[in-house]
Design a protein around this ligand. Sequence first.
Ligand code: KIV
Length: 285
Amino acid sequence: MNTPSSIKKLKTKEKIAMLTAYDYSTARIMDAAGVDGILVGDTLGMVMLGYKNTSAVTMAEMLHHTKAVTRAVKNALVVADMPNRSYSSVKQALKNARLLIKEGKAKAVKLEGGTEVAAQIRALTRAKIPVMAHIGLLPQSVKSQKGFKVQGRDLLSARKILQDAAAVQKAGAFAVVVECVPEKLAKIITKTLTIPTIGIGAGKYCDGQVLVYQDMLGIYDKLHPKFVKKYADIGAAMKNVFQDYSEEVKKGIFPSREHSFDMDEKIISSLQTNRCRKKRNTNCG
Ligand code: KIV
């Protein structure tokens, strides 16, 4: 079973592979495939619940999906995202993180931000709740960051991201997601920190990678970030299968005998005889 500390130790040994998951069946397949970590990301608001962005996701929704994932996982480290407004204060962060760990059975939580959430990370770490930090593009602040855009391209914002990286490490985070920053900035962050960097749109020098599985499988087609590699077009395959099914139902091809249950003919005859007796005027043949 992977733990925050076993994941942390991988920094100097091997790359860390993480994916998002939000439901039992998918998490089970990912765990069997041997991914190191599964993030129950608040992206679930977009890819599972159809919200425009992640801002509206609630604690109740995060808990619901975290429980589904942790029921499935035996080996991967399950990290649950803290949704928007669930960690505005230290007190709130502690209360909600405890819920995700105790009820959701996650092994760690993730929250977005750098210096401005250092106090929350410090308090959670002191309370023995492992924290994965998240810097660079912060989807919960997508309005103030002016959309889903690469962060840290100018000197000022690159310095701020470096400060954030140092602050979350100092506060006790065991790893940090670095989202949508230039590859060379992510390289500097990765070299500077002693905790692993988990990149998404941050290039090859990060210690690990995370992808939203609907993006890599072509299931969610509303956004096409440059950093996503489409490993398969499962969305198109699903559409074809649903079309085939619909056509077969309409033509009476499905279900065939192969997918139906048999019954003793004598029982059927008795059933029909009884029905004829009850409906005396009906011609039952
Ligand atoms: O919510 C999420 O899925 C995330 C990933 C994009 C890292 O935070």
